[in-house]
Design a protein around this ligand. Structure first.
Ligand code: G3P
Length: 218
């Protein structure tokens, strides 16, 4: 499963750009709003840091507005920009049109199997089910991933699943276990993926023992 970083924070992205397991970035209007720069500035900067898919979200609500914004965002770096679109009829119309123009898309705010089906039928490149927000509200996010993976298998859709709204290591592990193509993960959770107390204690013991060996001179 591929891992993207889910942030618009340039310091976090700069650090993650040196990690071999991070190969893309997703942003949204709320993440951008935290940074105090324009969306264009942020996306341009990210495009200099990461050579992988970078999701940039449109904010217009109508088809013409979305399409115009999509073209502007795509121009920033055509080799990497993925246009993030809302789960609405105009959003899916835009996904279909951008597919015809060979511009990749990521349909966001997916909370049900039927929404995923519509995005796949509209030729979205990616679909983003929101795990954390589902679980926060008493639904079962693992079940949704499982259902979307089944849809893909049943009909051979090319759309890739991005497990989004990740809150924990468990969400990432579950998404991988169930066959999600990608998980987009906040910086803090990415850091937690590599840590384990037994790794830490094992390393501490190895360091002590290595120091003992280093004292032995032949
Ligand atoms: O990028 C979209 C998604 O990952 C948002 O996550 O934490 O705001 O539910 P969150």
């Amino acid at each position: 499963m591929k891992l993207f970083i889910d942030t618009a924070n340039l310091k976090e992205i700069e650090e993650a750009s040196h990690w071999p397991f991070v190969c893309g970035v997703t942003t949204n209007p709320s993440l951008i709003a935290k940074e105090g720069l324009s969306q264009k500035e942020i996306i341009e900067h990210i495009a200099r840091l990461i050579d992988g898919p970078i999701s940039a979200e449109v904010t217009a609500e109508d088809y013409d507005g979305m399409l115009a914004q999509a073209h502007e965002l795509y121009k920033i770096k055509p080799s990497n920009i993925v246009i993030k679109l809302p789960m609405t009829i105009p959003g899916l119309q835009t996904a279909k049109r951008l597919y015809e123009e060979h511009i990749p898309t990521n349909v966001t705010l997916c909370f049900s199997q039927s929404q995923a089906l519509l995005a796949m039928e509209s030729h979205a490149t990616y679909i983003s089910p929101f795990l954390g927000r589902l679980d926060d509200n008493g639904w079962d996010s693992a079940r949704l991933i499982e259902d979307i993976v089944t849809l893909k298998k049943n009909y051979g859709y090319d759309t890739k699943i991005i497990a989004a709204s990740i809150r924990s290591v468990r969400h990432v592990e579950e998404a991988a276990h169930l066959g999600s193509d990608v998980a987009t993960v906040p910086y803090k959770v990415l850091k937690k993926l590599i840590s384990h107390p037994l790794t830490d204690s094992g390393l501490a013991t190895f360091a002590v023992d290595a120091a003992k060996t280093a004292k032995i001179t032949k």
